[in-house]
Design a protein around this ligand. Structure first.
Ligand code: SF4
Ligand code: SF4
Length: 453
């Protein structure tokens, strides 16, 4: 899909500059009271802050081949050219060309690139929030290596500062910053939950140890919706005889600062985990079954901290894989056929693609891979904060049809994954489509089949 094709299918605005984007059909949410001109100014200022050398390289490299379109579940399921990944960045690109590119002066003087308008930013809200999970599939396919997912993430910074974030995502981020959790899993709620789970399941869950070798984190989705994850984590660490702890001053691994586009909140959320790990002298911080939590700390944590992290960071699936491989952890054989859903942020974006397979191999299952799989696996459609945005539900269900087909085609008895956000998306999709497949946690599968002693 070339830029010219997009222009044809999206006729010009009748008002405002030639840009080729229709007026938004979807609701556009705004935070704060400010004139439209101020929103644009703030967005531009914040875009400019992100215009480093890598953005310039990306922006100058696109050859308009359109290959990214076929990689994106939104385009593939709708055939709507506005969902072409690079098109989602058009106002960002327009701002770059006009303000920062080597020919910015000419673009401005000759009127070759018009100013970005508030109408474009409103239209853009749907494109970079509702219809981008930052899954990075387009990034992998792009022959020029343009990291569209990271550009979308950066474009969200300006949108957040301009008060142009989908309401639910903004509210979740604001609550996480204020209360310490986007879903109400405050330290008090979490502590009560731990006490109840420890009692109910007769498992030791150490909290707030002064010194520990291993510190674990949880996602609020697990705490509030899948609390068995907490029990399963405890069982695994206890079976290994680790000196471990949960710290109530830093446990929430989800990072809605990152998802919403607020860099300061992203840093605040990461620093809670980092400081808690430092406080107890942990050598290892384990991230839970949450994809974006992995990216936020494993790959962006040191940037937030300003220097290398003084401890190791692992996703729980990597931790399981390492300990099963060395024989420290032993499991019974599971006589089932299984298909594994790769969470985008753990596999494609995170680089931990083999971990889930090592674990499933140790469990002795018959692994039936989806097509495509691994780094090229299709996204569940709920990442990047999309699952929180209600107005995006219909589109999300549409892209979820790809996943259902992928899973059904394997004919596997069990569907397993290592991300609670994916699991939530699958559970919701299952209910919506009355699908007969249930999403299972890789961690819980290991914990349920531990050979102890
Ligand atoms: S695949 Fe890469 S080069 Fe081709 S249109 Fe998309 S961003 Fe541009
Ligand atoms: S990151 Fe994923 S959802 Fe976003 S444009 Fe690329 S392929 Fe589509």
């Amino acid at each position: 899909m070339s830029a010219a094709d997009i222009d044809k299918q999206h006729p010009l605005e009748t008002k405002g500059p030639r840009f080729g984007i229709k007026k938004p059909k979807a609701r556009c949410d705004k935070q704060g009271e400010m004139p439209d001109s101020e929103r644009v100014q703030i967005a531009m200022r914040n875009f400019a802050r992100d215009f480093g050398a890598h953005v310039a390289t990306y922006m100058e490299s696109c050859i308009h081949c359109g290959m990214c379109a076929e990689a994106c579940h939104y385009y593939v399921q709708t055939n709507d050219p506005k969902y072409t990944p690079i098109w989602k960045l058009e106002p960002f690109k327009q701002a770059y060309k006009r303000e920062m590119s080597p020919f910015a002066f000419f673009y401005r003087t000759l009127g070759l690139k018009a100013r970005v308008t508030v109408e474009q930013l409103e239209e853009w809200q749907e494109l970079i929030y509702d219809s981008c999970t930052m899954c990075g599939r387009c990034t992998l396919i792009c022959p020029m290596g343009i990291d569209i997912a990271v550009l979308v993430s950066q474009a969200r910074h300006g949108m957040f500062q301009a008060g142009l974030v989908p309401h639910e995502l903004w509210a979740a981020a604001e609550r996480a910053e204020r209360e310490g959790s986007p879903l109400g899993a405050t330290p008090k709620v979490f502590k009560e939950r731990i006490e109840w789970l420890a009692d109910d399941h007769d498992v030791e869950i150490p909290v707030d140890k002064d010194k520990a070798d291993v510190i674990i984190s949880m996602s609020s989705i697990e705490i509030m919706k899948y609390p068995d994850s907490i029990v399963s984590t405890a069982r695994v660490l206890n079976a290994l005889g680790e000196n471990w702890t949960i710290r109530l001053d830093g446990y929430e691994a989800t990072n809605f600062g990152l998802l919403s586009g607020n860099s300061q909140w992203q840093k605040d959320m990461s620093m809670k985990l980092i400081n808690a790990a430092i406080q107890c002298g942990a050598k290892l911080l384990i991230l839970p079954e949450c994809g974006h939590a992995y990216g936020a700390l494993r790959w962006a944590g040191a940037n937030m901290y300003g220097k290398p992290l003084p401890f190791r960071v692992m996703h729980i699936s990597e931790f399981l894989a390492e300990n099963l491989s060395t024989g420290r952890l032993k499991v019974k054989t599971v006589d089932k056929s299984v298909t594994f859903h790769d969470p985008c942020q753990v596999s494609r974006r995170g680089g931990a693609t083999p971990a889930g397979r090592v674990v499933l191999n140790a469990l002795g299952v018959e692994l039936r891979e989806m097509t495509p799989t691994g780094d090229l696996n299709w996204c569940c459609g709920g990442g990047g904060g999309v699952v929180t945005i209600h107005r995006a539900d219909d589109l999300r269900y549409k892209v979820f049809e790809i996943k259902m087909k992928q899973v059904n085609d394997t004919g596997a008895e069990l569907l397993v994954m290592s991300c609670s956000n994916c699991r939530l998306t699958f559970d919701d999709g299952q209910a919506h489509f009355k699908w007969d497949k249930t999403a299972n946690s890789l961690l819980e599968m290991v914990a349920d089949n531990l050979v102890e002693g």
